[in-house]
Design a protein around this ligand. Structure first.
Ligand code: NDP
Ligand code: 2IT
Length: 444
């Protein structure tokens, strides 16, 4: 049995009932086979066993009181996965589906994503099974305060720097930061995605979506093509989806469909992003109202139908495993050329294989959505330097980072005889730096 196979089998046996964690570990470790074959010293140092075991897992109780006086208890998580190349860094997700398996898969992905940015950030992730939908402002604030009352003792600007993810945006970061500062009495860059009036960075809001589209454009450019005139579908209608849509449209693409967890809209004339922003950013309403406001558009109940819409470029930007094998086959049948993952692990292992066998340019999440965390690292740099860069300066750095990641993963794939396999390329390029840092730091 190979070293990789034996590590994976042990991981599954020691961490039962964690299917998402098994899925991410399988994808990553399988593509590292040729790397460990070149480095027998890794096995002797139990490098993969240490790489897949979080340095620390924090589980805590989050009690809060709703507007009616009823007491609720949620679970809080922070997985501090790997600090070899920098302080733990990664988002917080508030969604009823959150469990340890999901936070661990996200944390494992984050280690390699953060390494790919070229910036000094380790990997972590956290969150809660709290459901923000339908909660009042006061309930959201009290929940965030209770969550931070415990979390604040485990994080710090040089230790662990959380940020947003599903269900955690600018509003929640504000409440979390306010409570951290109140308890610890430190106005520091302990969270990223902060508002511009209290230490945030320009472009952080747009960064994940813009970064995704910068990478798609670079991949097309390297093939003598561009986004101009392309038909695009984007799943989700949250932070990542909205700014992916904005940049794709700015580069001349036509975005024809988006969704939320209830259903999708199809607008063959091209999505009106001002209407989406009004519905999602201002009103926090359901996407179905788009069809009431924009003549000629359609709303369809349920999500998976979106993948049956013919497109040149598909950008899954909602959640894990939203693109199944069957959806991937439909996209291929309808002629998709590029798939760029804005969400984390949105494509199943079977779906990835469908895209790769069909010769679709498949840009995996840990590379394609790294623009968000990269800009978080730029926010950390500005915080510690007491600086504030212009929009143009941050945007230029973000674009440079995305182009660089694309070429690093492309080169890594070529170096291991896997040209065009960006799943392998991203895993290998991300892992090489983390592995070198772990080997240099001894058995820790
Ligand atoms: P938001 O909370 O802003 O938006 C999430 C969107 O996805 C919403 O439209 C939501 O619909 C939809 N969604 C969530 N869960 C499901 C589900 N189970 N089924 C169908 N739709 C769903 O989150 P973000 O835009 O920040 O995050 C989206 C993805 O991007 C996540 O995978 C996240 O991990 C990843 N990501 C985010 C980064 C960031 O900087 N924010 C950085 C890198 C990756 P509804 O409102 O109905 O729930
Ligand atoms: O998945 C991710 O990379 C994020 N949610 C962003 C993390 C961050 O620290 O900005």
């Amino acid at each position: 049995m190979s070293y990789v196979t034996s590590v994976l089998e042990t991981l599954k046996a020691k961490n039962p009932n964690e299917p998402e964690f098994h899925q991410a570990a399988t994808e990553i470790l399988t593509s590292l086979e040729p790397v460990v074959a070149r480095h027998p010293e890794y096995e002797a140092a139990a490098l993969l066993e240490r790489f897949t075991e979080p340095e620390r897992v924090i589980l805590f109780r989050v009690p809060w009181v709703d507007d009616g006086g009823k007491v609720h208890v949620n679970k809080g998580y922070r997985v501090q996965f790997n600090s070899a190349i920098g302080p733990y860094k990664g988002g917080l997700r508030f969604h009823p589906s959150v469990n340890l398996s999901i936070i661990k898969f996200l944390g494992l992905e984050q280690i390699l994503k953060n390494s790919l940015t070229g910036l000094p950030i380790g990997g972590g992730k956290g969150g809660s099974d709290f459901d923000p939908k339908g909660k009042s402002e006061g309930e959201i604030m009290r929940f965030c305060q209770s969550f931070m009352t415990e979390l604040c003792r485990h994080i710090g600007q040089d230790t662990d720097v959380p940020a947003g993810d599903i269900g955690v945006g600018g509003r929640e970061i504000g409440y979390l930061f306010g409570q951290y500062k109140r308890i610890r009495d430190e106005h520091v860059g302990v969270l990223t995605g902060r508002g511009l009036s209290y230490g945030g960075s320009l472009v952080r809001t747009e960064a994940t979506g813009y970064g995704l589209v910068y990478m798609v454009e670079e991949a097309l450019d390297c093939r003598g093509d561009s986004l101009a005139g392309k038909t695009v579908i984007i799943s989700g209608s949250g932070n990542v989806a909205i700014y992916a849509c904005e940049k794709a449209q700015a580069l001349g693409a036509k975005v024809v469909a988006m969704y939320d967890s209830n259903g999708y809209i199809y607008d063959k004339a091209g999505i009106r992003l001002d209407v989406i922003k009004e519905i999602k950013e201002k009103e926090r309403a359901r996407i179905r109202v788009y069809a009431d406001r924009v003549a000629g558009s359609e709303y369809h109940e349920g999500c998976s139908g979106i993948w049956a819409i013919p497109c040149d470029v598909a950008l899954p930007c909602a959640t894990q495993n939203e693109v199944s094998e069957a959806s991937a086959k439909l996209l291929v049948k309808n002629g998709v050329k590029v798939v760029g993952e804005g969400a984390n692990m949105p494509t199943t292992l079977e779906g990835i294989s469908v895209f790769q066998k069909a010769g679709v340019v498949f840009l995996p999440a840990k590379a394609a959505n790294a623009g968000g965390v990269a800009t978080s690292a730029l926010e950390m740099a500005q915080s510690s330097g007491r600086l504030f860069w212009t929009f143009e300066e941050v945007d230029r750095k973000l674009k440079g980072i995305m182009v660089n990641i694309y070429h690093n993963m492309d080169n890594a794939a070529k170096a291991y005889g896997r040209e065009g396999d960006y799943v392998a390329g991203a895993n290998i390029a991300g892992f090489e730096k983390v592995a070198a840092a772990m080997m240099a730091q001894g058995i820790v």
